[in-house]
Design a protein around this ligand. Structure first.
Ligand code: ZN
Length: 498
């Protein structure tokens, strides 16, 4: 058999996937409130078709034959990934899979209501059922040596295991919690009340569109809308969509969401033409994707190098609100460490601590020892322990994220892994190219080209560790992240002699 025997199936798979993605995009941006119940049936049918196609006997035979052949790199990767998908899915009965997809669609709707009404009990039966079904699916797929949570991790971070993550999070616990305490006791304090003035939403829209373009988002290949929670979605490398969310009394929220999502979008726009619209025409992993958004948002976007040339433009756009805020004051402000309850509003330093809370609760749910009525208390206790803050209700506690309602377990760790990968890539770039000068010059084309040539173009041909090894000469190494955070915050909070 030849690779072209597979092409028809690839096109169909991508088309079905694009339709499902478009429904998901619509649900989060434009769809009317009452549409969900019936639309979820379309989603169920399409998911079923996709499932049937991916696990189709003919496709499997072609793939098994191709697997033995000497193929070009991209084709080899595609065959490998598709076979991996088959191994994951063929063990799950298709009727159960379809019912699960419908449950997820409904659960996300219920979660929205539960969060709005601060009613965890409303969401509890859905959460419990989703976890039970995910566990059942993971059991079908499980190999002898894995625990259930490792099965889930592999969906988002191939090559990463619970053991490796435990080590990573232990490192963060040991290094970051003490650093956080030092900062809270520091004599140097940062005032950022300027951020809460009334920043006209229309002016924010204009500035955010400009800044997306400034960092390289191409509006001929993408668009930007608004949603409750900012996200990126893509259909291929010439249709990549991002959302942001504006708040009248929080200038930086939308700014950094926009830069973050632009980072995700640049990755997708940079994927090579010969693999876009194929199953490997996506990021290498969730963590790798997150590394790119955080690279733009935090490492670049919260640096003084980045703002030096454009801060006057920001001041002018919101005149006179920032007239008495100096560049240095603004840089301090956007890096202010402030342990909070809400993950998406967390500062760069405490962000990973929010992830640790979720990681530990997810592991407990999948170990099977958890009382769902006690989860909010467990959540609140962990927040107290790691961040020193306690939610006063479940909307700002356990109900804050949509992920569990969408059946995404094992996903959260990718956010922390991503921050670490971003720091590792930045350390490597500093050694090999004048990245700091590029940022200062606003030369984002050079940064975009560099990332495209070294990482982005490959999509999911390589996994995270392979790609890091190939480009930086070593696999995942979180020490760069710890060093980056320490250097940065010791400087910002003048902790050198403390
Ligand atoms: Zn992200």
């Amino acid at each position: 058999m030849e690779f072209k025997d597979l092409e028809h199936y690839i096109s169909k798979r991508q088309a079905l996937n694009a339709a499902l993605t478009l429904f998901a995009w619509d649900q989060d941006t434009e769809a009317p409130e009452e549409s969900v119940e019936q639309t979820s049936k379309y989603v169920g049918t399409l998911s079923h078709e996709l499932f049937e196609l991916i696990t189709d006997e003919n496709v499997k035979n072609i793939l098994l034959d191709l697997q033995l052949q000497d193929l070009p790199l991209e084709q080899k990767a595609l065959v490998r990934e598709w076979l991996k998908d088959i191994r994951k899915l063929e063990k799950i009965p298709s009727d159960k899979y379809q019912l699960h997809q419908e449950l997820l669609m409904k659960a996300q709707h219920v979660w929205q209501k539960a969060k709005a009404d601060d009613n965890y009990e409303l969401f509890l039966p859905y959460l419990k059922q989703i976890v039970e079904e995910e566990k059942e699916f993971a059991l079908y797929r499980k190999n002898n040596e894995e625990n259930l949570y490792d099965v889930l991790l592999d969906d988002f971070e191939p090559g990463f295991h619970t053991q490796q993550l435990d080590q990573f999070f232990d490192m963060l616990k040991k290094e970051i919690i003490p650093l956080l305490q030092k900062i809270q006791n520091a004599t140097y304090t940062i005032d950022k009340t300027y951020n809460e003035k009334d920043y006209d939403i229309d002016k924010q829209r204009i500035f955010n569109h400009w800044i997306a373009q400034y960092v390289g988002f191409d509006f001929k290949k993408g668009l930007m809308k608004e949603s409750a929670h900012p996200f990126t979605t893509n259909f291929h490398n010439k249709d990549v969509r991002i959302t942001t969310h504006y708040y009248l009394n929080n200038l930086e929220s939308a700014l950094f969401s926009t830069i973050h999502e632009s980072g995700h979008a640049l990755y997708e726009m940079n994927i090579s033409d010969n693999i876009t619209m194929t199953p490997i025409g996506v990021g290498a992993s969730m963590g790798f994707h997150e590394s790119q958004s955080r690279f733009y948002e935090n490492i670049i976007g919260r640096s003084d190098l980045f703002w030096k040339p454009i801060y006057p433009r920001l001041q002018k756009a919101f005149e006179p609100l920032l007239d008495d805020v100096t560049l240095q004051h603004f840089i301090d402000g956007i890096n202010k460490v402030q342990p909070s309850l809400i993950r998406t509003e967390a500062d760069e330093l405490t962000y990973s601590l929010h992830i640790m809370v979720r990681y530990e609760i997810e592991k407990k749910m999948f170990e099977g020892s958890v009382d769902y009525h006690q989860l909010p208390t467990l959540w609140n206790n962990l927040y107290k322990e790691y961040l020193g803050v306690t939610p006063s209700n479940n909307s700002e506690g356990i109900l804050q994220d949509i992920h569990w309602a969408g059946g995404s377990f094992g996903y959260f760790p990718s956010y922390a892994i991503g921050s670490a990968i971003g720091a590792q890539i930045y350390a490597y770039m500093k050694k090999t190219v004048p990245i700091e000068q590029w940022i200062l010059d606003g030369d984002f084309q050079k940064i975009k080209d560099y990332l495209k040539n070294h990482f982005h173009q490959y999509g999911a041909i390589y996994n995270t560790n392979e790609l890091l090894q190939k480009v930086t000469g070593e696999p995942f190494n979180p020490q760069y992240y710890i060093d980056y955070l320490k250097n940065k915050y010791i400087q910002i909070y003048h902790l050198i002699n403390e």
